[in-house]
Design a protein around this ligand. Structure first.
Ligand code: HEC
Length: 151
């Protein structure tokens, strides 16, 4: 084989290799970009649905609960026995499932809401008044809820 032919062949091989590497890198880049886009859109839709949930919770709370439990959850409004739902009393000692049953069935003085509110509205309510709790209270309530979760 002449030197010239040998060099050409080598050149061709290098070009081929470059092309393959280019394709591989391009592919990895595109897949990476696609994965990143999917994770971004999932993250933002999670954030949006959390905001929607809390907005619904606030609306339902103001319409159904604030009269007794206070606009900011301080309690003892229309019915003096209605406890605070915020961080100051002990609503946070109850697991999610217990809170849900209480709202559905009512208490001694508290009316039941199982007929007038949907399951989603009741979950939104619980998530809404939980935003009033301190981080430590929420953490301890969340571990309790492991044994008695939302139904
Ligand atoms: C007519 C007044 C009244 C209304 C309206 C009312 N509650 Fe109550 N709630 C009470 C009373 C009183 C209690 C204490 C238990 C009992 O005697 O029924 C209570 C207890 C609770 C508790 C338990 C708190 C604890 O520390 O143990 C939660 C949670 C609660 N209410 C949530 C709600 C939610 C959410 C709404 C709206 C859907 C609501 N309540 C509407 C009067 C009311």
């Amino acid at each position: 084989m002449s030197n010239l032919a040998h060099n050409r062949r080598k050149q061709k091989q290098t070009q081929g290799l470059r092309k393959t590497l280019g394709l591989v890198f391009g592919g990895v880049l595109i897949i990476g970009l696609a994965l990143w886009l999917v994770s971004q859109s999932k993250r933002s839709s999670d954030e949006v649905s959390k905001t929607d949930l809390l907005a619904l919770g606030e609306e339902v709370y103001l319409a159904n609960c604030a009269a007794c439990h206070g606009i900011d959850g301080g309690g003892h409004e229309a019915v003096e026995a209605a406890p605070a739902l915020n961080a100051t009393e002990h609503a946070w000692h109850h697991a999610d499932g217990h809170l849900q049953r209480l709202i559905v069935n009512g208490g001694q003085l508290m009316p039941p809401f199982g007929e007038s509110l949907t399951d989603d509205e009741i979950v939104a309510l619980i998530r809404y008044f939980q935003t009033w709790w301190a981080e430590g209270q929420l953490n301890s309530q969340q571990s309790l809820s492991g044994q008695d979760p939302l139904q």
